[in-house]
Design a protein. Structure first.
Length: 352
């Protein structure tokens, strides 16, 4: 009996390990989703520049006395957002505490995600519960998460000296990196799920078609981030026309068409609202292939997410960027990424 008990530790680890890893990765993915939602609230409440220093360890605690609150407020008073916008508007300490709260929660959640990934990873590593070939990928996700923290500060720092807001380029990098991390977590969990069902299963691959769908969706998300960073959602509150015109009046091309494409709020808004239909077409094609491959649940998830996303996008515009709708739009964007990854993974399994 002793021999029998000691002759199958590898198989027991192989069956139990991936299941625990799947639950862990999906849990971290849920935290990343929450981070995207809080990030949207932070952006829409103009809270991102309220904390003017990056203190990874000591910054975990918020100000705990009126003296420290005054100190943080004085630091905020030195940046252009206060001197040019909030100062002249008569910002109170209570208003400062409100925006500080959201930025602090955003940063705290980032720290929680880092620990929620790093500590279990170390545990699984020590317990030799990570299947062969997955350690490099998990380390890459860990590194990408660490890089995301640096990107976040790089974004914030762009609004602390000469600008009254953050660079929309850096904001886009920050948001898209979050989506890439989310996609990587879900994809890896799905690979491990396949491994549980079949120990000989190979990781799914991204084929040419799914790569094209990802590229189209990436462009849509990129312009969405630029719209957010440029406050371009406010330039028109009508749909489908923009201020009674199909092509908006007011696009500034004096510095060239490409400069306008990536900097002009009217043009970025125009591209974002119409490229969405290119993305919808690509996602419909993806979903149909997924359904034929047996992924009916993923088919429903893809259609549901892009359908709700379109409705929320239109509603956000016509309400003049209602904060609840705008945050929901960003949140469903994350769900759209996850459902697209799910569908692409199913097709990747068929070609692996």
């Amino acid at each position: 009996m002793d021999t029998a008990l000691t002759s199958h530790p590898a198989s027991e680890t192989a069956s139990a390990g991936p299941t625990a890893l799947i639950n862990w990765l999906m849990g971290v993915a849920a935290l990343v989703f929450a981070m995207v939602v809080v990030g949207g609230i932070t952006r829409l409440t103009e809270s991102g520049l309220s904390i003017t220093e990056w203190k990874p360890i000591t910054g975990t605690l918020p100000p705990l006395s009126e003296v420290t609150w005054m100190s943080e407020f004085e630091k905020y008073k030195q940046i252009p957002e206060y001197t040019q916008i909030n100062g002249p508007a008569g910002m109170t300490m209570a208003e400062f505490k409100f925006i500080y709260f959201w930025e602090w929660v955003h940063r705290l959640l980032g720290r929680v995600i880092g620990l929620a990934f790093a500590l279990p990873l170390a545990w699984f590593w020590v317990k030799q519960a990570i299947p062969a070939g997955y350690k490099p990928r998990l380390l890459a996700l860990l590194a990408l998460g660490g890089l995301q923290g640096t990107i976040g500060w790089w974004m914030v720092s762009s609004g602390l000296s000469a600008r009254t807001d953050v660079s929309h380029y850096r904001l886009a990098v920050h948001l898209l990196t979050a989506f890439i991390i989310l996609g990587g977590l879900v994809w890896t969990a799905l690979d491990l799920k396949a491994l549980v069902k079949n120990p000989a299963a190979k990781p799914a691959r991204i084929n040419l078609f799914t790569a094209l769908v990802f590229a189209i969706l990436f462009i849509q998300m990129l312009f969405g981030a630029w719209v957010a960073g440029l406050n371009a959602g406010y330039v028109s509150n009508s749909w489908p026309l923009m201020n009674d015109r199909l092509y908006p009046d007011g696009v500034d091309t004096t510095k060239g068409a490409f400069y306008a494409l990536v900097n002009d709020p009217y043009l970025t808004h125009f591209v974002h609202r119409w490229w969405a239909w290119v993305a919808v077409f690509a996602l419909i094609l993806l979903a149909r292939r997924v359904k034929k491959a047996g992924g009916r649940s993923a088919f429903i998830a893809i259609h549901s997410s892009f359908g709700v996303q379109i409705i929320l996008g239109i509603a956000t515009v016509i309400t003049g960027v209602n904060i609840v709708l705008a945050v929901s739009h960003q949140a469903v964007g994350a769900l759209l990424v996850a459902s697209t990854v799910w569908g692409a993974h199913i097709l990747g399994n068929k070609t692996a």
